[in-house]
Design a protein around this ligand. Sequence first.
Ligand code: FAD
Ligand code: NAI
Length: 463
Amino acid sequence: MSEAFDVIVIGAGPGGYVCAIRAAQLGLKVACVEKRATLGGTCLNVGCIPSKALLQSSEHYEEALHKLADHGVQVGGVTLDLARMQARKGEVVASNVKGIEFLFKKNKVTWLKGAGRIVSPGRVAVDGTEYETKHIVIATGSESIPLPGVEVDEKRVVTSTGGLELSEVPKHLVVIGGGYIGLELGSVWRRLGAEVTVVEFLDRLVPAMDTEVGKAFERVLGKQGFKFRLKTKVTGAKVDADGVDLTLEPAAGGAAETLRADVVLLAIGRRPYLAGLGLEEAGVALDERGRVATDGHFATNVPGIWAIGDAIAGPMLAHKAEEEGVALAEQLVGQKPHLNPLTIPGVVYTWPEVASVGETEEMLKARGQGYKVGKFPFTANGRARAMGELDGFVKLLADDKTDRLLGAHIIGPDAGTLIAEIALAMEFGASSEDVARTCHAHPSLNEAVKEAALAVAGRALHI
Ligand code: FAD
Ligand code: NAI
């Protein structure tokens, strides 16, 4: 038996590395097991960070091609240097993952390099060496869900990992799944010149989104050139030397057709990654969807074994994993943290961005909650007009009796930043009037949020 710890966290993604740092801050002796060559998990290596780097770069390219002239900025001979764009993405990732290594050193978190396996409660093996610990935290994240009949080779048929690495712009990219990954990576490759078709099983994009915002989103992306095949399923993929033949069928069943693609991006969701972790031997129970079952306070059914992040229930988002990591670390030293699942924002980093927090109109209807709606379009916001970014609106939902904010749904420029104001307001239990009476700087996009709050009471000023 080697060194002993208070906490061993398995997995160094946003859930695991943040949990490890917070536990160390609180005085615990912590190790974090990571088998990848770099820290930061899916998010920093093959998820949030590289996708946002490519989204940013491709936005610049599209601006130079199509938007700057309208501002009186003439740029001739714009060409794409995809190799440089990919290299920059690599640099962004490298500096982020090195940053986590620095934070581990600063906080005296030991990185145990290798694959971790739970031997029994209180014992973790890392590539053959066993360590003793009071607490084990499962933070092993997720992997993309496979689709029968569509074999991933990460070249012609890719998951997000291969979709971030393409060295040529495909002529026709077919995305299976109209969710977060499909629309973000679809946007990257569309901006760089690909024709993009999204095949979605359901009748709408990002199904959990507020329906009104979802419809506006579909319209805006359609205007940009996205093609959508909704209510359609993919039943097979045949790869040949220069492309892929996909077989499509109506979701409800019916005649099959073939769709030719240069590259296919499979993005139909993610599932917990728990392979080789020894959960069965340790007796750790899973829920009906194959996630580690927890009690709402991150405890599994086995005392001393905890789980957070994508490996458990809830939205598969980096900031959700981080908050859980912090809360669990604080719990382990006897504090009583509280997380409100209704104030976790979700952002799709397309352009315009789509952001939401709290409940959708459909959720409120389903639970019989009375509500008022306040809406304000970016066409009536001075800053948006100055930017030339007029697509979208802010929609706020408030309790019809108490005026307490219940949800916010924004499609528009920088929606992902704007949503933070409402997340904070909801965390404080604010009413729409609280937001409406707060002085917002002029001219700012945030004024659209204030106007939507005024609109809840039927008193928006600028429309
Ligand atoms: P992960 O980040 O998956 O980390 C788990 C780590 O555990 C991995 O490094 C893995 O190697 C390691 N591991 C697994 N098993 C073992 C083992 N037995 N031993 C040792 N190590 C092990 N979320 C957002 O909030 N915003 C975004 O913009 C966003 N963009 C995304 C873009 C893409 C393309 C993808 C795929 C995801 C994106 N996400 C985004 C989701 C986000 O990446 C996840 O929600 C987040 O990474 C979950 O964190 P985690 O710590 O639970 O797991
Ligand atoms: P997703 O759950 O967002 O979307 C999957 C889509 O595929 C859904 O619309 C679903 O109806 C559809 N679908 C399912 N089966 C299908 C089938 N057989 N054929 C056609 N369509 C099918 O999943 P995605 O895009 O793979 O992303 C996984 C997760 O990663 C997201 O849910 C999110 O939690 C996270 N993520 C977050 C981002 C962000 O915060 N900006 C960006 C990227 C990923």
